[in-house]
Design a protein. Structure first.
Length: 368
């Protein structure tokens, strides 16, 4: 039976012997109200268009309007059905990507594998990743391009172990040109409240050396540190300050500052390894003509400061460590004078007129 069209509507026509059986019920339950309609073999297309999906429970046959188009127009491929529907709706032609040809495999752990994983994830607003960050005191991060959420990220405890699926917060590691070279995976509990209860809930993928998780575009000032949550905690009180998380002390020491940088803040962890990484990065920055200033937390890192002390004490601590120019430029929370918790200090290297004496052994108190 031909398919009749008029004025961009399906005109009444007869469809026989397709998912429809005389005297048998085709049941559709599209909404919570339980809307059900009985359709016989002489149903019109106008009625069928109002029904999203039909099921004949007496035969288990089912389908929708695209199936009816395929039957009536004697089309045998789904692409031809879509072309017919697109032609009828006067939609522009589109280029189809062959779904039958899989992308070639890439080496496990490679930058390309990291790029593919990150591309398969979604923005974090409203996801378990956002819930996890809130549990770490980091709220209202918005839709940061460097962060995404994957609902079923693969995990293996070790090679040969069964593969598990866990929700995960993904952070893109990029080089100075913005190219994704790696991904940090943080597997989360099913409710997003904490990290997943697995042996290693955080792993990196791809190439990290010299790169990092960047938030904001650095022009003349940048803050660099180790952990992702550490640097996101700084943004709670310094939201306009560009940051980069190198993801470990080793990678922080090897971080490559972008060209054109005038001042580099090094948000170190409060332990021996963190102090040494800050000294190494600071020395290289000074050699390149960049003023390097160390930011030291009161506890082990700035996320602990945020969750333990709160926003205003964290802001007060940072206020006395920032250059006065950057206090006015980046600090937005309560700027009332507070106790002078720490002096601003540069990393090791040639001193500059605006820099205080370098760090000494035993500076700062916190866990190792």
């Amino acid at each position: 039976v031909p398919l009749l069209m008029e004025a961009q509507h399906w005109r009444q026509g007869v469809v026989q012997k397709i998912m429809l059986r005389r005297s048998r019920s085709i049941i559709h339950n599209q909404s919570a109200c339980g809307d059900r309609r009985n359709i016989t073999s002489y149903a019109t297309f106008s009625v069928l268009c109002a029904i999203a999906h039909k099921v004949d429970y007496s035969t288990s046959e089912h389908g929708d309007l695209l199936d009816l188009i395929a039957h009536t127009c004697r089309l045998h491929t789904f692409r031809d059905v879509l072309d017919e529907a697109r032609r009828f709706l006067s939609l522009p032609e589109r280029e189809y990507q062959g779904s039958g040809r899989a992308r070639p495999p890439v080496p496990s752990g490679s930058p390309e594998a990291a790029r593919r994983l990150f591309a398969s994830a979604k923005p974090i607003p409203g996801t378990l990743a956002a819930a996890y960050l809130r549990s770490r005191g980091i709220a209202d991060v918005g839709d940061l391009p460097a962060l995404r959420f994957h609902p079923t990220c693969f995990y293996r405890a070790h090679e040969g172990a069964p593969r598990e699926n866990w929700p995960a917060l993904l952070a893109a590691v990029t080089d100075a040109d913005g190219v994704v070279t790696g991904v940090l995976r943080t597997w989360l509990a099913r409710d997003g409240s904490v990290k997943a209860p697995i042996a290693t809930p955080r792993r990196s993928l791809g190439r990290l050396l010299g790169s990092g998780v960047r938030v904001g575009k650095a022009t003349d000032v940048l803050a660099a540190g180790e952990g992702l949550e550490t640097m996101l905690s700084l943004r709670v009180v310094l939201p306009a300050l560009p940051t980069v998380a190198a993801l470990s002390a080793t990678h922080l020491a090897a971080f490559v500052p972008p060209s054109g940088l005038r001042r580099l803040y090094i948000a170190r962890d409060n332990d021996r390894v963190g102090r040494r990484a800050a000294e190494m990065l600071g020395a290289r920055a000074h050699a390149e003509g960049i003023e390097a200033l160390v930011l030291t937390p009161q506890w082990d890192d700035f996320n602990t400061d945020l969750t333990t002390l709160g926003r205003e004490p964290l802001a007060a601590s940072l206020r006395v460590q920032l250059d006065p120019e950057d206090v006015a430029r980046f600090l937005i929370v309560n700027q009332r004078p507070g106790p002078r918790l720490r002096q601003r200090a540069p990393a090791s290297g040639p001193s500059s007129p605006s820099a205080a004496p370098g760090l000494q052994d035993g500076d700062g108190a916190g866990s190792g």
